[in-house]
Design a protein around this ligand. Structure first.
Ligand SMILES: Nc1nc2c(ncn2[C@@H]2O[C@H](COP(=O)(O)OP(=O)(O)OP(=O)(O)O)[C@@H](O)[C@H]2O)c(=O)[nH]1
Ligand SMILES: [Mg+2]
Length: 324
C-alpha cells in the first residue's frame, strides 16, 4: 500500500510543519494557563504540599481538562513529585512527561492510501464547527504534498454553503463539484466520486451540512451519502472526519462522544484552539475518546491547520513566553 503521511519531513523548513514556537503563539491563551498555572507554581515552591497540589488541580480544571483526566494527571504528578528540593529543569521535564503520556494515544496522523483513486474524506459535524474552513486548509496541505484534490459541495442545506466551498476551491485552484442549495447531498457526492474517478484525482473531500446527532433526518442523510457512494467504491468513504469546535471546552468532548455514537467517525479535528483558554480539552479528548485526533485548527487562515503531534502540543503549552 502506498501511503501519503502528514508527518512527512518534520523539518522546520516545511511550511506545513511550522516550528513549535509558532504553535505556542497560536495556542497561547491555553498555554499561559499551563505555564503560569502549573509550571510557574511548581517552580516557585521548594516544598510540594497539599495546598500546591490543590492549586494545580484547579488550574487543570479551569483549562477544561475535565475531572477524570485531571485526576489522572494529578495522580501521576503526585507519584513522581519528590517532596522537598527539586530543580526547575526537573519539574519542567516531569510535567512534560506526565502531560505527554495523556496525549500519545490520540496521535495517529491521517495516512492516505494513494492507491485509492479517489481516496474519499467525508467531513461531518455540527453547525459552525469549522468543517468548510478545515476542508479549505486540508486541500492546500494535500496539494502541497503533491496530491491532486477535488471538493464536493455536499452541504446543500445552508444558503451560501456552496459558494463558501467554491471560494476555497478557487483559493486552492482545485475543482469543486456542486449542484446548488436544495439538491440531494448524496447525489452531489456520488457525482463527485464519479468525476474524481474519471479524472484520476487522488483525494476527494466532501463537505456536508452541519447537523446535530439528534437530528434524525440529517443523520439519515449521512447514512445515505455513505450508502450511495458505496455503489462506486465499496471501501469509501475512507475517512469520516468529525470536526468539533474546541473553544467550547468540555462541550466539545460530549459532542464528539454523542456524534460518534451515530456515525462511524474515524478521525477528529479540533478547531478554534486559538483564542481560547479551554484548549485543555485536548487532554480529555485524547484520554477519554478512542478516536484519533488527526488535526487541530489554530486560526481562520489557510495555513492554520496542524497535524496533531502530541510532543509538539505539550512543548507549545510549556514554552516560555520569551522563548515563543
Ligand atoms: N479562530 C478560528 N476560527 C475558525 C477555525 N476554524 C473555523 N473557524 C471559523 O469558524 C466559522 C465557521 O466555520 P465554517 O468552516 O463555516 O464552519 P462549518 O462547520 O462549515 O459551518 P456550517 O457549514 O454552517 O455547519 C468561520 O468564521 C471560520 O472562519 C479555527 O481553527 N480558528
Ligand atoms: Mg460549512
Amino acid at each position: 500500500m502506498k501511503l501519503f503521511s502528514f508527518l512527512r519531513g518534520r523539518d522546520k523548513s516545511d511550511a506545513d510543519n511550522p516550528p513549535v514556537e509558532d504553535l505556542a503563539k497560536k495556542i497561547d491563551k491555553t498555554g499561559s494557563r499551563f505555564r503560569t498555572g502549573l509550571l510557574a507554581r511548581l517552580l516557585g515552591k521548594a516544598v510540594v504540599d497539599d495546598e500546591l497540589l490543590e492549586d494545580l488541580e484547579s488550574e487543570l480544571l479551569m483549562a477544561d481538562v475535565g475531572v477524570p483526566t485531571t485526576s489522572a494527571i494529578m495522580d501521576e504528578l503526585q507519584k513522581r513529585l519528590t517532596r522537598g528540593e527539586t530543580t526547575p529543569e526537573h519539574l519542567r521535564e516531569l510535567l512534560r512527561s506526565v502531560l505527554l503520556e495523556q496525549l500519545t494515544g490520540a496521535e495517529h496522523p491521517l495516512e492516505i492510501n494513494t492507491e485509492k483513486s479517489p481516496y474519499v474524506i467525508l467531513v461531518v459535524g455540527v453547525n459552525g464547527s469549522g468543517k468548510t474552513t478545515t476542508i479549505g486548509k486540508l486541500a492546500k496541505q494535500l496539494q502541497s504534498g503533491g496530491l491532486s484534490v477535488m471538493l464536493a459541495a455536499g452541504d446543500t442545506f445552508r444558503a451560501a454553503a456552496v459558494e463558501q466551498l467554491q471560494t476555497w476551491g478557487q483559493r486552492n485552484d482545485v475543482p469543486v463539484v456542486a449542484q446548488g442549495t436544495g439538491a440531494d447531498s448524496a447525489s452531489v457526492i456520488f457525482d463527485a466520486v464519479e468525476s474524481a474517478k474519471a479524472r484520476g484525482i487522488d483525494v476527494l473531500i466532501a463537505d456536508t451540512a452541519g447537523r446535530l446527532q439528534t437530528q434524525s433526518n440529517l443523520m439519515d442523510e449521512l447514512a445515505k451519502v455513505v450508502r450511495v457512494m458505496g455503489k462506486l467504491d465499496g471501501t469509501a468513504p475512507h475517512e469520516i472526519l468529525l470536526v468539533v469546535d474546541g473553544s467550547t471546552g468540555q462541550n466539545a468532548l460530549s459532542q464528539a462522544r454523542l456524534f460518534s455514537e451515530t456515525a462511524k467517525v474515524s478521525g477528529l479535528v479540533l478547531t478554534k484552539l486559538d483564542g481560547t483558554a479551554k484548549g485543555g480539552v485536548v487532554f480529555a479528548i485524547a484520554r477519554e475518546l478512542n478516536i484519533p485526533l488527526r488535526f487541530i485548527g489554530v486560526g481562520e487562515g489557510i495555513d492554520d491547520l496542524r497535524t496533531f503531534v502530541a510532543a509538539d502540543f505539550v512543548d507549545a503549552l510549556l514554552q516560555n513566553e520569551d522563548e515563543a
